[in-house]
Design a protein around this ligand. Structure first.
Ligand code: ATP
Ligand code: FE2
Length: 337
């Protein structure tokens, strides 16, 4: 790892995450330490995320979350060597709020700005936290469902959802069925009491998946009144996680990666973890689970990826620091691997 030219102090990066409903500010150092990881979550009053309301939440809280992160890291703003932010993918209004905060802070401190890809940040902090070196990664959250691995200079996508993310599928069904928000943990709890497998559409197309048909079908089964909540939750989990498992296993067999990394909020699920463990055993790979505070959306992952990017020459001039809500991880050249 590169050190400050003038001495032995590591470089320090403050990273801002604001792609969806979490506002995160993390502080990382170039010797691989996470010094702070403060998160403030916007909880919608009703229904799913409303991008503009989440953005307002982020702009109202960004100052206090930055202060909390500095306090936690026991540093002052003057100690920050550069500022990173999630430049995409995500919800436009939320991304723009974080980017505005990052630009303002970098300009005020007269330090460089580094825009990083949110999905790559999940993988990089996962590698840092678990020690996995070259994993195939399953990233499953409210907005993303991606199987990826590093190959010839980039993170390549081996499989992904063609429509909604698995977490979105879980959350939307939970809301319909009147379960607690967020839906994933509530569904996991009920699924443990279920036993009957209700036939639901299993949609793997090549290496890609579709969860919208699964959501429609399980919603219709709920409305039919023929099944109890535990059986619906059990069937939803079994079907959805089997789809994730099939694509992940095929990608692992094809790439022969020695490690399998599970990250994103849905990665907290015990049933999915057991599916991942079985696949890893079967394919002779080592399974890794990212600790939950670093697996859900957080600022530390943005700060750490900022360190990797900055120390390998990447800078984002303010003039070109516009956000990209559809920025795919396989568009990014990775100079640090
Ligand atoms: P992204 O911007 O990366 O798409 P996100 O805002 O959806 O992220 P995360 O915090 O990574 O953020 O993930 C949240 C999702 O994780 C929600 O869909 C939630 O229901 C799901 N989740 C959390 N715990 C569990 C669990 N135990 N089982 C299944 N799903 C879970
Ligand atoms: Fe995320």
């Amino acid at each position: 790892m590169l050190l400050k030219v003038s001495g032995i102090n590591p470089l320090i990066c403050l990273g801002i995450e604001s792609t969806a409903d979490n506002l995160g500010v993390g502080i990382a150092s170039s010797d691989g330490m996470i010094l702070a990881n403060e998160v403030k979550v916007h909880v919608p009053d009703l229904g799913g995320i409303h991008p503009r309301e989440a953005a307002r939440h982020h702009s109202e809280n960004i100052g206090s979350v930055i202060t909390a992160a500095l306090t936690k890291a026991q540093i002052t703003a003057k100690d920050i060597d550069f500022v990173s932010f999630a430049q995409g993918p995500g919800l436009g209004p939320c991304l723009r709020t974080g980017a505005t905060g990052a630009r303002a802070l970098a300009s005020y401190l007269k330090v460089p700005l580094v825009g990083v890809n949110h999905c790559i940040s999940h993988i990089e902090v996962g590698r840092l936290a678990t020690g996995a070196k070259d994993p195939l990664t399953l990233y499953v959250s409210g907005g993303n469902t991606i199987v990826s691995g590093f190959e010839s200079g980039r993170y390549r996508v081996f499989g992904e959802t063609l429509d909604i993310a698995i977490g979105n599928c879980l959350d939307t069904f939970a809301r319909l069925a009147g379960l607690e928000y967020p839906g994933g943990p509530a569904i996991e709890k009920f699924a443990a009491q279920g036993s009957k497998l209700i036939p639901l559409p299993y949609a793997v197309k090549g290496m890609d998946m579709s969860f919208s048909g699964l959501l429609t079908a399980v919603s219709n089964e709920f409305r039919s009144g023929k099944h109890c909540i535990p059986d619906l939750c059990f069937s939803l989990q079994e079907t959805g996680y089997a789809m994730l498992g099939e694509v992940t296993e095929r990608a692992l067999a094809h790439t022969r990666k020695p490690e399998l990394l599970l990250t994103g909020g849905v990665g907290a699920n015990k049933r999915l973890r057991s599916v991942i463990r079985e696949i890893a055993e079967e394919q002779g790979a080592k399974p890794y689970y990212v600790p939950i505070s670093l697996a859900t959306d957080n600022g530390a992952m943005i700060a750490w990826t900022g360190i990797l990017a900055y120390t390998h020459g990447i800078r984002t001039p303010i003039e070109t620091s516009y956000v990209d809500p559809r920025w795919r991880l396989d568009e990014v050249e990775i100079p640090w691997r």
